[in-house]
Design a protein around this ligand. Structure first.
Ligand code: GLV
Ligand code: GLV
Length: 337
């Protein structure tokens, strides 16, 4: 019998259709969040799954899924998956890095600029019919060119944002768990700073840090208090990195000029305090959302799933695994892989 795979969301049919060459495919007709029980029930009869950040999968969801061998996440971040637990269960996990780097960097830069220059606030004002009130002081914002950009998390996307900043003659500081090699720092024209220096000197702080519990609320009230009151804060990583109530406090009191948010702690729910503020640009988790890139992400996830389940030209060798090292067979022949 053919292996069976689950596709958790409606995704580009022409791309996902490639799975049918090898597998029986359980598709999902409508968008919506699956309950943990629904996920466990569908995985029970599956060999593989193609999932997105809306699907949380850990030990409980795979406990009754003896055939499950691979989960392909459509997305670079995989904090929706309990990778240690899935590795323990012998399940290959893959993600979609690289294909979304430049598109996400474009969006991070755009969101930062929109916050600094009050673009969405100005549009709402115009649509509200207020142009007659226009004065020379209407919608004054902060400059982007020639200022200091602070990048928190200097992975591929952070480096892409840094490269964009050079055209705006910005000074670029970054903070990262580990310092980048000198040639990459030179290529990005970016200088390492400790976290406090980054906060204190950034005119625009952009957060592009992978989420883990270690960085939960790393941007909290104390961190925001170290920022300039004229600064902006942009988050395209994961909502849990920023304490949203502390951010709302700062935006309400003028402790911070503006924010651009693409990710939220409880998405799709949004903190009502943020919704009530004018000086925050809110977008619905679309940083990687160009048509070409979203198609490339799904295509890479399909390639990963086919290969991880032992089919296609890269059988057994998925292009972008997350836990390959942990799953490789040990020299004494034990282990899974
Ligand atoms: C989106 O947030 C992703 O991680 O790809
Ligand atoms: C994601 O690809 C990152 O490294 O920032």
């Amino acid at each position: 019998t053919r292996p069976r795979v689950w596709v958790s969301q409606p995704l580009f049919g022409d791309i996902v259709g490639r799975l049918r060459e090898h597998f029986d495919v359980i598709e999902t007709a409508a968008v919506g969040k699956h309950s943990q029980d629904e996920i466990a029930a569908v995985l029970a009869s599956c060999d593989g799954a193609l999932v997105t950040l809306n699907d949380r999968i850990g030990a409980a969801e795979v406990a009754n899924a003896p055939r499950l061998r691979a989960i392909a996440n459509v997305g670079v971040g995989y904090n929706n998956l309990d990778v240690p637990a899935l590795t323990q269960a012998g399940i290959v996990v893959t993600n979609t890095p690289d294909v979304l780097t430049e598109t996400s960097a474009d969006f991070g830069f755009a969101l930062m600029m929109a916050a600094a220059r009050r673009i969405t606030e100005a549009e709402r004002w115009l649509r509200d019919g207020q142009w007659r009130q226009w004065s020379f002081e209407t919608m004054l914002g902060g400059d982007v060119h020639g200022t200091t950009l602070g990048i928190l998390g200097m992975g591929r996307i952070g480096q892409g944002i840094a490269r964009r900043a050079s055209g705006f003659r910005m000074r670029v500081l970054y903070h990262n768990r580990s310092r980048l090699p000198a040639d990459i720092e030179r290529d990005c024209d970016a200088a390492y700073a400790d976290f406090d220096t980054l906060l204190a000197q950034a005119d625009h702080l952009v957060i592009v840090l992978p989420y883990s519990t270690a960085v939960h609320h790393i941007v909290d009230a104390a961190a925001i208090a170290k920022m300039k009151p004229t600064a902006t804060l942009t988050n395209i990583a994961r909502g849990g990195i920023v304490d949203e109530d502390a951010l709302a406090d700062a935006l309400e009191s003028g402790r911070l000029a503006a924010a651009g948010l693409d990710v939220y702690e409880g998405e799709p729910a949004i903190n009502p305090r943020l919704l009530a503020l004018r000086n925050v640009v809110l977008t619905p988790h679309i940083a990687s959302g160009s048509l070409a890139t979203r198609r490339a992400m799904v295509s890479l996830a399909v390639d990963n799933l086919i290969a991880a389940l032992g089919f296609g030209p890269r059988a057994g060798d998925p292009p972008t695994p997350v836990n390959a090292t942990e799953l490789s067979p040990s020299p004494n022949g034990r282990g899974v892989g």
